[in-house]
Design a protein around this ligand. Structure first.
Ligand SMILES: Cc1cc2nc3c(=O)[nH]c(=O)nc-3n(C[C@H](O)[C@H](O)[C@H](O)COP(=O)(O)O)c2cc1C
Length: 169
């Protein structure tokens, strides 16, 4: 599944008076009416049960220059917010500085899914910033490439895709 490229988010909340969060790629925008999003926290996540108890969380969509945040929030137990610029959002969940977008969400439902849970949140408030997205692909953080849906670009991309499909590997 590493061949499925995604954006990268940091999901945050406040629990026991302290900010908590974890790096999360399993984020998806689910519904416009009502505004719902979903994510899949692993059952091994130490942050998620505390976020669930808080009842609200913030999705922070990382920009390409925020690889350091993605790495820092992907390690359990560390002081993840050390040196991180953030502010309290309208639902009380941390909004990280200079993110590409953020959404304050009320926890709506949790569905059991193997070693993960599928979580649906209702968006109560959101905002956007500037920049280009951080992308995660095959275990590596990468920048977004060029557009491929323009006629000129499509002509260039099609033969490359064909060559790869027919190659020995
Ligand atoms: C790019 C990237 C994407 C990740 N996506 C998820 C995810 O969707 N769900 C999840 O539970 N963990 C995900 N992780 C792993 C967590 O960030 C990691 O297990 C973290 O240590 C959990 O922290 P916690 O124990 O404080 O919750 C991802 C890690 C990286 C680097």
């Amino acid at each position: 599944m590493g061949r499925f490229a995604t954006g990268v988010t940091v999901v945050t909340a406040v629990a026991g008076g302290e900010p908590i969060g974890f790096t999360c790629q399993s984020f998806v925008s689910l519904s416009l009416e009502p505004p719902l999003v979903a994510l899949a926290p692993a059952k091994s996540s130490t942050s998620w049960p505390r976020m669930a108890a808080a009842g609200a969380f913030c999705i922070n969509v990382l920009a390409a220059d925020q690889v350091g945040l993605a790495r820092a929030f992907a390690s359990s137990g560390s002081d993840k917010f050390a040196g991180v610029e953030w502010s309290l959002g309208s639902l009380g969940a941390p909004v990280i500085g200079n993110v590409l977008a953020w959404a304050q969400c009320v926890l709506e439902l949790v569905h059991d899914a193997g070693d993960h849970e599928i979580v649906v949140g209702r968006v109560a408030d959101l905002g956007t910033g500037e920049g280009s997205p951080l992308v995660y692909y095959r275990g590596t953080f990468v920048r977004l490439g060029d557009a491929v849906d323009l006629p000129a670009a499509a002509e260039q991309v099609a033969p490359i895709a064909t060559d790869r499909a027919l190659g020995p590997t």
